[in-house]
Design a protein around this ligand. Structure first.
Ligand code: SF4
Length: 349
């Protein structure tokens, strides 16, 4: 079976439940995408693109499963970086209350609540520029160890880190390290000036070298062009190993940030980006992340059809609003979808 950038699939149209020829699947798992090929996918007629993405999705994943993740801010605000979309940067006057690093017990309470509500992946975010070898990091290692012991897939986003720090996180039981590239290499300087996209890629490399899985995606609505969206996906899809997790966010506009007045992201573009992520990184979990509130249930259903297979549930995503667990469980049930179990296996994308 061949997936083309012209629309449609060539060859068999077998259902995902039938065993697929390993060679055929390997053919779809490419790391040599050209930017032009990805642009062609992005520009396809919308329904053809969704159909193609849905076909790939069914070959690599169980389409009935959606992973529910929970994201907790373990240290909020006061970040020295100047990301133009973020309420937590000291460069943006958003009125956000700074909160020091939580205690391990507070994290356990939140993780227990998330697990009881159906989450199988628990992400912890600290508004740091980088990880430092200090007592705060030791406390994070303790958090990772404890939450991992609860049978949850643990992910952290703590800023830049080196390989030795990544190794310590791995030894503590961390499953994934999140570090988004946000946008294309050309647009990156307009989003953040206190670091470069290469700094981001170096951190991803450190996480990878330590044996962690990688969670890396982007944000739509940062003043980027369609070509920048393609550039962001091209950067990820041509990595030697695709990120196992690709969160696609839509900007949640926050008063006091430079991007507060940016135009709304079109729902169609949001879903288009999800579909292209699914086709170009077929094994990855594609996560419908921040900005989900801007999609009505019908649009979210279309996003699942286009290959999204994970959502973040819980009232907040770090500092931005998000749907509640119960609302989501009802919604998934309505679509005949069910929560996915935690993934503790190593796998190569
Ligand atoms: S996105 Fe992360 S690194 Fe950037 S300002 Fe916010 S907390 Fe800091």
């Amino acid at each position: 079976m061949t997936i083309t950038s012209q629309g449609g699939t060539a060859g068999n149209n077998r259902s995902g439940s039938q065993a697929q020829n390993e060679e055929e699947l390997k053919e779809l798992l490419r790391h040599d995408w050209t930017r032009e090929e990805i642009q062609k996918l992005y520009d396809m007629p919308f329904l053809d693109l969704v159909f193609q993405a849905a076909s790939v999705h069914r070959l690599f994943h169980n389409p009935s499963e959606v992973q529910i993740c929970s994201l907790l801010s373990i240290k909020t605000g006061g970040c020295p970086e100047d990301c133009g979309y973020c309420s937590q940067s000291v460069h943006n006057e958003t009125g956000l209350q700074v909160q020091p690093l939580l205690e391990v017990e507070e994290v356990v309470t939140a993780a227990t609540r998330a697990k009881e509500a159906g989450a199988t992946r628990f992400c912890m975010g600290a508004a740091w520029r980088e990880v430092r070898d200090n007592r705060a990091f030791d406390r994070v290692l303790e958090m990772v160890k404890t939450v991992n012991g609860m049978g949850l897939e643990v992910c952290c986003t703590l800023g830049m880190l080196n390989e030795a720090q990544a190794q310590k996180l791995k030894e503590a039981g961390l499953h994934a390290y999140n570090h988004n590239i946000d946008t294309s290499p050309e647009n990156y300087g307009k989003v953040c000036s206190t670091r470069t996209i290469d700094d981001r890629l170096n951190t991803l490399e450190a996480a990878r070298s330590a044996g962690l899985t990688v969670c890396c995606g982007g944000i739509l609505g940062l003043g980027e062009s369609d070509s920048d969206r393609v550039g962001m996906l091209h950067t990820l899809a041509t990595l030697d190993t695709h990120p196992e997790s690709v969160p696609i966010n839509s900007l949640v506009k926050i008063e006091g940030t430079p991007f507060a007045g940016n135009p709304d992201v079109s729902v169609w573009d949001f879903i288009r980006t999800i579909a292209v992520a699914r086709i170009t990184m077929p094994k990855a979990m594609v996560r419908l992340a921040a900005g989900r509130l801007s999609l009505n249930p019908e649009a979210q259903s279309l996003a699942f059809l286009a290959g999204a297979n994970s959502i973040f549930a819980g009232e907040k995503l770090l500092t931005t609003p998000n749907p509640e667990f119960n609302e989501d469980l009802e919604f998934l049930k309505h679509l005949g979808l069910r929560g996915k179990a935690p993934d503790t296996n190593e796998h190569v994308c």
